[in-house]
Design a protein around this ligand. Structure first.
Ligand code: SF4
Ligand code: FES
Length: 234
């Protein structure tokens, strides 16, 4: 495991021998290390069910959720390190602020055309919901963004997770924020920065079709910028 001590500003790999009595998860091994071997180890986790996204880390060189990574071979050596591409605070904890700043940069909220109809919610058909449903699976774990080769070179690039959030609202039939969101995504630090490496889609633990979502945002931006409003959500 790659441990980082902020007091000495030193990182070092340390090996731990952890018993595995039944198929378990990497998160279970981390708990064992903290409870039985070294209480100074720190890592984030919350739901332990693959829902909160707080325990994303690099496991055997791939970004994954520790609670969703099964271990069934007790003799196996597993490498664990913090997510790449973000500043490390301590051990497996990274500073998520640059990630959240990029997320906020795409206006990731519904911009309604006006007040909601009196006495009821803004309605939407199942077909309209299906248009962006896959993107709602995002849990903001940052596995995609921190594996993206463009983001790793240039952190001003919004990154895959932010663009998935943009997709979720651009293709929502209730959203009227095109003119707000267009200047936020239609540039090289937005959707046009994507080089279609597919590493984001491979990393996503939630099955979000990240690369496809970004491609759709690109296509929408080209159409919106050219004034072809009738094609807005095709
Ligand atoms: S798209 Fe997937 S990998 Fe990226 S932040 Fe959302 S859940 Fe995590
Ligand atoms: S602890 Fe919540 S996703 Fe793993």
């Amino acid at each position: 495991m790659l441990r980082y001590d902020p007091e000495s500003d030193r990182s070092e790999w340390r090996a731990y021998d952890v018993p595995l009595r039944a198929p378990g998860t990497v998160l279970g091994l981390l708990h064992h290390i903290k409870e039985e071997i070294d209480p100074t180890l720190v890592f984030r986790r919350s739901c332990e069910q693959g829902v909160c996204g707080s325990d994303a880390m690099s496991i055997d060189g791939r970004n994954r959720l520790a609670c969703r990574t099964l271990v069934d071979d007790p003799s196996r050596t597993i490498s664990v390190a913090p997510l790449p591409g973000l500043p490390v605070v301590r051990d497996l904890i990274v500073d998520m602020r640059p990630f959240y700043d990029n997320y906020k940069s795409v206006a990731p909220y519904l911009i309604g055309a006006g007040p909601a109809p009196e006495g009821r919610e803004r309605l939407q058909s199942p077909e309209e919901k299906a248009r962006f449903d896959n993107s709602t699976g995002c849990i903001l774990c940052a596995a995609c963004t921190t594996t993206c080769p463009v983001f790793r070179r240039r952190d001003t690039y919004a990154g895959p997770a932010a663009l998935v959030a943009a997709h979720r609202f651009i293709f929502d039939s209730r959203d009227a924020g095109d003119d707000v969101r267009y200047p936020l995504v239609a540039h090289l630090d937005g959707a046009f920065g994507c080089r279609t490496a597919f590493s984001c889609t491979d990393a996503c633990p939630r099955g979000v079709e990240v690369t496809r979502a970004i491609a759709e945002v690109k296509r929408w931006a080209v159409r919106h910028g050219s004034g072809r409003e009738e094609d807005r959500r095709l």
